[in-house]
Design a protein around this ligand. Structure first.
Ligand SMILES: C[S@@+](CC[C@H](N)C(=O)[O-])C[C@H]1O[C@@H](n2cnc3c(N)ncnc32)[C@H](O)[C@@H]1O
Length: 243
């Protein structure tokens, strides 16, 4: 039996078990990858810039309640929660191991330990939150790991749970450029597509269009506010308003 099939149980979606069991479902993998130097290396030294750009959005927006859709290695969750310490912060993920890890990070900071109980195991394709529950949703490096149909569903769910006037913040790979070395050099393109099979389709698409398409299914609209380009376009941090 293929190894990934051992991880395809307890509600773990097939795309996650098949492509990322070694990163997000296997407990040793979660421990191994969740080290700042490793995460920073995977992001070519840009992790601090990506965290800072994301937290800066929240410093400006000051949402009363925020949902992070899916856990992430490293410091984004504890640092964002610290920024939001006077308000409310929630996180959902489909794997228990990622929730345990995020819970430990929040509990380790006095100001954010109260949020440890706000972490829920949910499939982001079908979240239990009512419509218009949050002022803001953060999606940090999740979209490129999803098959296109799941990506559309999760984007629609994100829009559904954000109140009109609220925001969606996406930190992700940038759209494919004609000039970035990693987008043009065949070997880097091959490596990226091999380890991250959904990246080529994701970076070929326009995120604002995709969000708007998903928003229509929940009778809302999206306005693109601003995109900060990081590492000459290989990464981005974008803000959208839900209407
Ligand atoms: C945010 S992404 C990857 C982030 C980035 N590569 C990092 O540095 O960690 C990975 C997370 O998404 C979660 N995930 C994937 N599909 C999901 C879904 N349908 N619902 C909820 N969480 C999901 C995985 O369990 C995993 O914890």
């Amino acid at each position: 039996m293929a190894i990934w099939k051992k991880f395809h149980k307890d509600g773990i979606p097939e795309y996650l078990a098949r492509n990322y069991w070694w990163a997000y479902v296997w407990s040793f993998g979660i421990w191994f990858w969740d080290h700042q130097p490793i995460v920073n290396m995977i992001l070519f030294g840009n992790y601090r810039k990506l965290i800072n750009a994301t937290v800066a959005r929240y410093r400006k927006l000051k949402p009363q309640n925020t949902l992070q859709i899916s856990g992430v290695y490293g410091r984004i969750t504890p640092e964002l929660a610290l920024e939001l310490k006077d308000n409310d912060f929630h996180l959902v993920d489909i794997t228990n191991g990622q929730l345990v890890s995020a819970r430990k990070k929040l509990a380790a900071q006095k100001e954010t330990e109260k949020f440890a109980g706000n972490l829920s195991r949910m499939n982001a394709e079908n979240m239990a939150y009512p419509d218009n529950s949050f002022d803001s949703v953060l999606i940090f490096f999740l979209l490129h790991e999803l098959p296109p149909d799941v990506r559309k569903t999760i984007l629609a769910e994100a829009v559904r749970v954000v109140k009109p006037g609220g925001s969606i913040i996406v930190t992700e790979y940038g759209e494919r450029t004609k000039t970035h070395f990693f987008h043009t050099f065949f070997l880097s393109r091959w490596i990226l597509g091999y380890f991250e099979p959904f990246v080529p389709a994701f970076i070929a698409e326009n995120l604002t269009d995709n969000l708007n398409e998903s928003a229509k299914t929940v009778n809302k609209e999206i306005e693109h506010i601003d995109t900060k380009i990081i590492f000459r376009g290989f990464y981005r941090n974008a803000e959208f308003k839900v209407k």
